[in-house]
Design a protein around this ligand. Sequence first.
Ligand code: ZN
Length: 441
Amino acid sequence: MKPYASLKSILAEFYPLHRTLASDDHDKTLEIIGAYMPASSNYQIETYAPLTPAWTWQVPERYVVHEAYLETEDGERVVDFKNNPLHIVSYSLPVDKTLSFEELQPHLYFNEKRPHAIPWVFKYYERDWGFCLPKNQFDKLSRNKKYRAVIKSEFITDPKQGFKIATALIHPEGGANPDAGEIIVQAHTCHPMQANDDGAGVVSAIELAQRLAKNPLPTGSMSVRFWFGAETIGTIVYLSQNENLIPNLRGGIFLEMTGNQNKIAWHHTRQHTHLLDRVTKHVLQNVTHDERDFAAAPANDERVINGPGVNVPCISINRWHYDEYHTTDDNLDIIHEEMLVGAAQTAEDIIRIYATNYTPKRTFRGPVFLSGNGLWVDWRENWALNRAIEKIMMRFEGEHTVFDIAEQVGLDYWIVREYVEKFRAKGFVVPLPIPFEGDAE
Ligand SMILES: [Zn+2]
């Protein structure tokens, strides 16, 4: 693992690249991310052959831009892809045409609200071509001149130059517990030369992975799967080609737009009141935050993970809203290290509870002989826990998770978990894993 000065410095390495669905710069981005992921996380980059069916979609072709520019008929450059990858509509078709301003205008895009900025526009599936430029520049274009539009682009279907997705897996102390399954953490990587959306979520995820590698979850916990790839289509391709992984998934966290100066926003799961929502609510109780419904804007890959036919409960953590969104103003100037780290902290706090939680099921009959088994709690040492012993023991019928028990008796999760673990060590309870609640097929 490469050492790093800050999360922002990692972001600075891949932020300016022409990252799009399948592209050389997207591959480069996945390599850069891999260099900073923990050595123990088994980071892997997988390649999927273009045009392979993926549920109702298909794997995208690789997009290569050799050259792209717009110039006046007398050879004056208006915009050049070389200067900024946002100057062309992502996945633009090849073109080489001389047009009047009227003919050109439907292919030009700008942002009225941010007249100095270049907007990001993508047409992955409509297949058209276009150029993006600041509104101020658009206004100054001569209406009487002719223009030459040149985009030398290629769509490559060679299976060896396919669509790439990266994953990593961090196991708890002592290795994977197949019964406990996995929680998945996702961040997308396909927004060319933009920092908050979408590089910020990636570096927050790297920070989270580092923390979970340095200080692993206790034995028996869920494993944490990290996923990096193109938004929406990446998750569709990954899950459709790895359906066997779905029943392992007990929950998901989507991380994005974590670097701007704004409070945390939490988007509920589609189930809305799932255990994962209740854990998140608990973690955020003392943090100023926004709370939103499932798939409220900005909706992302949680619509896949928690969508039809998969339905694994997935929350989203972000710092939306920000005005620079999908323009060249979404750059390193709006990224704050403490915001990136803060989002990683929130995700870590949620995972440390959710992934270590289980349902204790009683094996004993009659009240447990506490003092004879080293389970009595001295009221002088922990008065509150002493008062809660009976209530905790009455909740070992396999209906309540440790987290629920802690909430019901009004004690800290970790105090209750440590106490229940003592019953488990004695064989008085067995841990039932958090069940798979998605759609298996
Ligand atoms: Zn976006």
